[in-house]
Design a protein around this ligand. Sequence first.
Ligand SMILES: C[S@@+](CC[C@H](N)C(=O)[O-])C[C@H]1O[C@@H](n2cnc3c(N)ncnc32)[C@H](O)[C@@H]1O
Length: 334
Amino acid sequence: MNMAAQPPADKRDESDRGESDRNEGCRRGFLEDVIRGLSELQKTLPCKYLYDEAGSELFEQICKLEDYYLTRTEAQIFSDHLAEMAQAIGPDAVIIEPGAGNCAKAEPLLASLERPAAYLPMDISPEILLAARRRIHTHLPNLDIHAGVGDFTEDETWAAQPPMEARRRVIFFPGSTIGNFDPDQARGLLRAFASRLNKGDGMLIGTDLDKDPVILERAYNDSEQVTARFNKNLLTRINNELGADFDLSRFAHRSFYHPLRCRVEMHLVSLTRQSVSVAGRAFAFLEGETIHTENSHKYSLAGFRDTLRSTGFVPIRHWSDSSSHYAIHFAEVH
Ligand SMILES: C[S@@+](CC[C@H](N)C(=O)[O-])C[C@H]1O[C@@H](n2cnc3c(N)ncnc32)[C@H](O)[C@@H]1O
């Protein structure tokens, strides 16, 4: 759904019907994914469902936490090197941001670009995206913005973008969102990104770097328990949207670093032996059994540059912080 577009009044009914069909389609897809995930030996839920309106608000709170070094570190790299990044992107570029959330990182970037042609943020979570669109429009009134609500791994979300004439298109993918994908999935996603661009187009992408597990585990087990609320909100969402009866007091948040997989895993642990019903289907949990809800993969600089090379990109340059906790890469499609 392209949020920039408003149908004429006589088309509204048709458009409302379209919207309600889409909502029903989304609910059906959500239910199928939940049933499939809870039926696996290791129960799992896709992390994209963490982001409903409440989940996106909780994620914004996580980004402000002292323990969650990622946002602070990435913001510092942006502020230290914004002019160089703007120069790498060049004038008259269309900026496309999958998983844009509150678009907080795009705004200063857009303001520093020479004559940006348009900004196309997309996110699965409509409320935060539309609020961000309004904010950016107020601050940059001459910028053409088309916000698309949808799943950025699906063709239809990209197909809904308006065709844009531009000297260059650049995918902006900060926030270490690429880390939520397994290495194979990440390569698939980056290949798909490259295939949506033309030779010479660019990508500015943020990756969290592998580091001391103590720092990593603290970031996903914050002392204020915001990450725990973010994780458990997924169960609230399933209860509200799919008619389930998860008792939140019988599940606990757990995050840990998995050194062999170079990732922080986030789980919900069943505190007792119990049965949960989702849309009339029963799922049995043993005491201590978990639902795997998110991965956050950590990369080395060299490893991620290899990933870029193997997915249709040429790494051009990167920027990091003095502790080498985080990196932002600029790459071009070859
Ligand atoms: C880790 S947050 C990053 C947000 C923002 N880019 C930042 O850097 O702060 C991931 C964002 O991607 C969105 N998201 C996750 N999976 C998605 C998907 N498959 N399609 C569209 N949006 C998705 C979430 O709603 C959330 O806003």
